[in-house]
Design a protein around this ligand. Structure first.
Ligand code: ADP
Ligand code: MG
Length: 447
C-alpha cells in the first residue's frame, strides 16, 4: 500500500484501531480523521496530526484511506428528525416503542407556521408547541432560536422546559442523518478545534469569517437558515468529489449555527478586488495571463468531473497568498434560486441559451469564462459598462459583443470572442483554452 502518495494537508481516515502506539506513533480508532503533515523518508509511513486529539505522530500508510466523496442525495438530511405535516396521533405511533428522550419534530396542523416537538417520556408522548414569531422559534417564550437545528442542538445539551433532555432523534422513514454520513466519510469537523476571527466577506447566504482549524488558517461560511443549509449540504457534496490546485478546497463542514462550511483560506481575497486595488501600474500582463490560465485549468478539471459551475465570474475567483487563482462557489451555484428564476440570473455573465432556455452546460460556463477574461484584462471593470440588463440581452441577440479592453493583446481578445459564439458547440473547450493560454505565456517568456 505504499503506492499511494498523500500530499501535506490531505485528510485521511484510519482503517482500523491502533490503541497501543509505540514511541512516536499516533494512537487512533477506526474511522478517525487525520491530517497528513509529511511523508517519512523510507517506506510508507506518514507524520500526521489527529483531527480530534490534535496529537502528532507517525502512522503506516496501510492504516489510511482517503476520504470518500459524499454522494449528492436528497435522502441526506440535516434534520432527519423532521417529519413534516403529520398528525399528533401519527407522531405518537412513530415514537413507539417508548424510550425516554426519543423525539421528533412535526409541522403544526392547527397553527400553520408553528411546529411541534414530540418527546417520549415515562411511556407517554408529550407535545410541545414551538411558536414562530418575529423570525424566531421558541417553546417557552424565553429561549429563542433562529431555526429548528439550533433548537434541537440546544435541547440535546440542556433540558430547559422539556420533560427530559432530548436523547435520540427518530428519523423520518428513508431519511439518513447527514451528520452520521458526513462523519462516516470523514468530512465532519470538530467544532472544538475551530476558532473564529474577523468577518472577511459577506456572501448571499451568510457571512464569511476568517478562522483557524488545528493550526491551519481557514475561511468559514456560515449558513444560518436551515432550509438554505439543507440545500447547501446537497451541493457541498460536489465539493467532496474534487481536488485540484485551482479549486478552493473544502476542509469539511460543522453542523452548528445551521451549517459551517470550512474552506482553505485565500488571503488575497477575490479577483475583482485584487485587480481593482492594484491596477495597471502594479500588475503585469504575465500575471493576468497566469490568472486566466489558473481558472481555465480549474474549469477543465470541473468539466472532466461533469460539474457545471453556473456562476463563473471574477468575483467567484479567489487568490491565495502565493497568487494562485482558484475557482470557488462551484457546485454551490445551483443552490441559488437564480437557477430557476431567470430574472435573478447573473445576466451579464450568462450565455444566451442559459438565459433563454435555462440550458446550463460546460459550454455556457465557457461563455462566462469569456466575460471573466474581459474582467481580468480590464483590471476588474464591470462588464458591459453603461448598458442595462435589458439592453445587453437585446444587443447580444443582434450580434453585439463587447470591445477589447484597453491594451488587451489581440490573441486574448480573439479568445474572448470565441467564447461568445452564439452556438455553444462552436465555443472552445476549457482544455483548448488552457492550451492556448499556455502557448501565450510561453510566447511572452520568449520575447
Ligand atoms: P457568495 O457567493 O455566497 O456571495 P462568496 O463565497 O463569494 O459568497 O464569499 C463572499 C466573499 O468572502 C468573497 O468575495 C471573498 O472576498 C470572501 N471569501 C469567500 N471565501 C473565501 C476564502 N475561502 N478565503 C478568503 N476569502 C473568502
Ligand atoms: Mg460568490
Amino acid at each position: 500500500m505504499s503506492g499511494k502518495h498523500w500530499a501535506p494537508g490531505t485528510q485521511c481516515v484510519t482503517k482500523h484501531d491502533h490503541t497501543k502506539p509505540k514511541a512516536q506513533e499516533l494512537a487512533f480508532h477506526k474511522g478517525d480523521v487525520v491530517t497528513i503533515i509529511e511523508a517519512v523518508e523510507g517506506k510508507g509511513w506518514y507524520r500526521a496530526k489527529h483531527n480530534d486529539t490534535g496529537e502528532e505522530g507517525l502512522l503506516a500508510a496501510s492504516a489510511l484511506r482517503e476520504r470518500g466523496a459524499i454522494r449528492a442525495n436528497s435522502k441526506l438530511s440535516l434534520m432527519p428528525w423532521f417529519h413534516g405535516k403529520i398528525s399528533g396521533v401519527q407522531a405518537v405511533q412513530e415514537l413507539q416503542p417508548p424510550e425516554d428522550g426519543l423525539f421528533l419534530v412535526r409541522e403544526s396542523i392547527r397553527h400553520p407556521g408553528d411546529y411541534v416537538l414530540c418527546v417520549s417520556f415515562a411511556k407517554e408522548v408529550i407535545h410541545y408547541r414551538v411558536i414562530y414569531e418575529e423570525n424566531t422559534l421558541s417553546i417557552d417564550n424565553e429561549q429563542r432560536f433562529c431555526n429548528l437545528i439550533d433548537m434541537i442542538e440546544h435541547y440535546m445539551k440542556e433540558q430547559g422546559p422539556i420533560c427530559t433532555k432530548l436523547m435520540k432523534p427518530k428519523p423520518k422513514s428513508g431519511m439518513k442523518s447527514a451528520e452520521e454520513e458526513l462523519a462516516k466519510a470523514g468530512w465532519l469537523l470538530n467544532l472544538q478545534h475551530l476558532s473564529l476571527g474577523d468577518r472577511i466577506g459577506q456572501g448571499e447566504f451568510g457571512d464569511v469569517l476568517q478562522g483557524e482549524y488545528m493550526g491551519q488558517k481557514v475561511a468559514v461560511k456560515n449558513i444560518k437558515c436551515d432550509v438554505t443549509a439543507q440545500a447547501f449540504l446537497t451541493e457541498t457534496a460536489a465539493m467532496t468529489k474534487v481536488r485540484h490546485k485551482n479549486l478552493v478546497r473544502l476542509l469539511g463542514v460543522i453542523l452548528h449555527n445551521g451549517l459551517y462550511i470550512v474552506m482553505e483560506f485565500m488571503s488575497k481575497g477575490n479577483l475583482v478586488n485584487f485587480l481593482r486595488t492594484r491596477g495597471r501600474a502594479v500588475i503585469q500582463t504575465r500575471q493576468l495571463l497566469q490568472f486566466a490560465l489558473d481558472v481555465a485549468q480549474g474549469m477543465d478539471y470541473l468539466e472532466s468531473k461533469k460539474l457545471v459551475h453556473r456562476d463563473l465570474a471574477a468575483r467567484n475567483i479567489l487568490i491565495s497568498e502565493e497568487n494562485v487563482a482558484k475557482v470557488s462557489d462551484f457546485g454551490l451555484a445551483r443552490v441559488n434560486p437564480k437557477g430557476t428564476d431567470t430574472t435573478l440570473l447573473p445576466v451579464k455573465w450568462s450565455a444566451p441559451e442559459a438565459l433563454k432556455h435555462n440550458k446550463f452546460s460546460s459550454k455556457s460556463d465557457v461563455w462566462s469564462y469569456g466575460i471573466l477574461l474581459w474582467e481580468v484584462f480590464s483590471f476588474g471593470r464591470a462588464p458591459y459598462p453603461k448598458l442595462s440588463l435589458k439592453e445587453v440581452t437585446e444587443m447580444l441577440e443582434q450580434g453585439y459583443r463587447m470591445d477589447a479592453p484597453e491594451d488587451c493583446p489581440a490573441t486574448i481578445y480573439a479568445l474572448m470572442r470565441s467564447c461568445w459564439e452564439l452556438e455553444p458547440g462552436k465555443r472552445p473547450s476549457f482544455k483548448k483554452l488552457t492550451e492556448k493560454l499556455q502557448k501565450e505565456l510561453k510566447h511572452l517568456g520568449a520575447v
